[in-house]
Design a protein around this ligand. Structure first.
Ligand code: DX5
Ligand code: ZN
Length: 215
């Protein structure tokens, strides 16, 4: 069954603990944390203190998506709070020494992912894909929740899946209308912000995504 990683950015940040607990009740597999710095992406979200609080209570495994301009300089501070059930994705576009960063994440026993923007070619990942635990394919331009899925990213996911046996996580604009197609392409994990936290009940929205993926 497809794994669901709700993006807390789309939830009620004043009640983030109860939002995460509801995600757990609904059968979520991770909680997706969008760390944004206002430089690599236009939005500024949360940083180390927030991640530290969530890591302390371990309600769900953490799925950290680092969207910062200076990945090489800051990733180790986040890594310090993560453990063996957690995962962390750094962007191809903002990580200078990508091989070193991926290896250091894996050395800590944390699953290491490389995230790639919609307009970046999958071919850029060919050297690194053999040593990552997963690829985070962005299906929107990173920065905000509630954007529409960019259709040409289906082709990128298919290209990746047909060439490498790597786990793929898809992030941005995923909903009950497109999750089945993603599952058919072999996508293992979906991130969902708006589809989980907007309208209806969080627990039920997660279940609906899982059911829709099975078709
Ligand atoms: C966008 C973030 C996403 C976003 C997902 O930059 O990386 O994780 O919060 O939200 P939806 O599912 O609403 O596109
Ligand atoms: Zn994300």
């Amino acid at each position: 069954m497809i794994k669901v990683s709700p993006s807390i950015l789309a939830g009620d940040l004043l009640n983030f603990r109860s939002e995460v607990e509801r995600c757990k009740k609904g059968g979520a597999d991770f909680i997706h944390l969008d760390v944004m710095d206002g430089h690599f992406v236009p939005n500024l979200t949360f940083g180390l203190p927030f991640v530290k609080s969530l890591a302390r209570d371990r309600i769900l495994p953490l799925d950290l998506h680092l969207m910062v301009a200076n990945t090489d300089y800051v990733y180790e501070q986040y890594l310090a709070y993560l453990g063996k059930d957690d995962r962390m994705a750094v962007h191809y576009e903002s990580t200078v020494h990508l091989d070193r960063v991926i290896n250091n994440i894996r050395l800590k026993g944390v699953q290491a992912g490389v995230a790639i923007n919609p307009a970046s070619s999958i071919a850029l990942l060919y050297p690194i894909v053999e040593i990552v635990d997963f690829v985070l394919v962005m299906s929107v331009n990173p920065g905000f929740s509630h954007q529409s899925f960019i259709d040409y990213t289906f082709t990128k996911i298919a290209e990746l899946k047909s060439n490498f046996p790597v786990e793929v996580e898809v992030d941005g604009g995923v909903n009950v209308g497109n999750v089945k197609r993603l599952a058919s392409l072999g996508v293992e994990v979906i991130v969902a912000g708006g589809a989980v936290f907007t309208g209806g009940c969080v627990e039920e929205n997660i279940r609906k995504l899982k059911v829709a993926a099975c078709g």
